[in-house]
Design a binder for this molecule. Structure first.
Ligand code: NAP
Length: 312
């Protein structure tokens, strides 16, 4: 078997152009341009690249983007003041605090200070709570992107055993929660593994869909998987060979039915979902509610791809 590659880059481009049309119509009706403010503390080169990508994507989709840059040694109190100013600024609809923050800053305290209605990353406890209860407001961008990608390629999660490697607050935990929800994009049986899980392969071999979000280059090999598995590689690892995922692409491609590449898989969808959340945040603040419908197909049940090894 040779896996079909799930092209996140192509799908993200489609979603961004659909979004650009919706944003243009909404902006001319309301005379407001949805605006994202990114806060970057310090000089981490990877963070700078990510923020730059997000800003360019905003502009291309007709959203406004602002960058607040603060030096590495910025005291936590100063960062909280900046966030308070952005919370109060009616021209800013979404706030993104680029992570990781320098070690002297308590990330959880900072995330709690972002206005939950502007929290387009979905990391504020209010938004985390809404998601866990099954009534999400802003879905964290990477899990949202993964679900969109599966839906686009007609890979249903309902009734599937999904094994998630990693329990971070930005990927593993929200994704596991979404997969557990009733309805579209959910109804899965979910196993979450982490660094204290003994004999990881015992779990990964049971996966019908495997999501790797660990941050260890090439950690998941073909010998850890059963034939026909769908593999979503979230990992982005900088190595001497360039950017690689958590999955050994060459060997896993021989056993999986579908596989995301790195780069060009989950990453571009993460950015597209951030734009979508910013548009929704603008609607929430201008109209008092999120008025745009779901992205095309989002609420519809996901049909099984006829090529799937599970197609009946
Ligand atoms: P993180 O916060 O460092 O979490 C990593 C998780 O992996 C933790 O739960 C950790 O377990 C677990 N883990 C570490 N070593 C393990 C091992 N040997 N076996 C099993 N589990 C292990 O990372 P993250 O922020 O979720 O990011 C994960 C990866 O995804 C990184 O490469 C990151 O760059 C990438 N990422 C990509 C995107 C994208 O858009 N494509 C977005 C976000 C992140 P413990 O909890 O026990 O420590």
């Amino acid at each position: 078997m040779t896996a079909t590659v799930l092209d996140g880059k192509k799908l993200a481009a489609q979603l961004r152009s659909q979004l650009a049309e919706q944003v243009a119509a909404w902006s001319s009706q309301h005379r407001v341009v949805p605006t994202l403010a990114a806060v970057l503390v310090g000089e981490d080169p990877a963070s700078r690249v990510y923020v730059g990508k997000k800003q360019r994507a905003c502009r291309k989709a007709g959203l406004e983007s602002r960058l607040v840059e603060l030096p590495q040694h910025t005291p936590q109190e100063r960062l909280l003041e900046v966030i308070a100013e952005l919370n109060a600024d009616r021209a800013v609809h979404g706030i993104l605090v680029q992570l990781p923050l320098p070690e002297h800053i308590d990330t959880q305290v900072v995330l709690r200070h972002v206005d939950p209605q502007k929290d387009v990353d979905g990391f504020h406890p209010e938004n985390v709570g809404l998601l866990v209860q099954g009534t999400p407001r802003f879905v964290p961008c990477t899990p949202a992107g993964i679900l969109r990608l599966l839906h686009h390629y007609k890979i249903p999660t309902a009734g599937r055993h999904v094994v998630v490697l990693g329990r971070s607050q930005i990927v593993g935990k929200p994704l596991a929660n979404l997969l557990l929800q009733r309805g579209a994009g959910g109804d899965a049986t979910v196993t979450v593994c982490h660094s204290r899980t003994p004999d990881l392969a015992r779990f990964t071999r049971q996966a019908e869909i495997l999501v790797a979000a660990v941050g260890r280059p090439g950690m998941v090999g073909a010998e850890m998987l059963r034939p026909g598995v769908v593999v979503v590689d979230v990992g982005i690892n900088r190595t001497e060979q360039g950017l690689v995922g958590d999955v050994d692409f060459a060997s896993v491609k021989q056993v999986a039915s579908y596989l995301t590449p790195v780069p060009g898989g989950v990453g571009p969808l993460t950015v597209a979902m951030l734009l979508w959340n910013t548009f929704q945040a603008a609607q929430l603040q201008v109209e008092g509610k999120i008025t745009a419908g779901p992205l095309p197909g989002e609420d519809a049940p996901c049909p099984e791809n006829a090529d799937s090894p599970w197609a009946s």
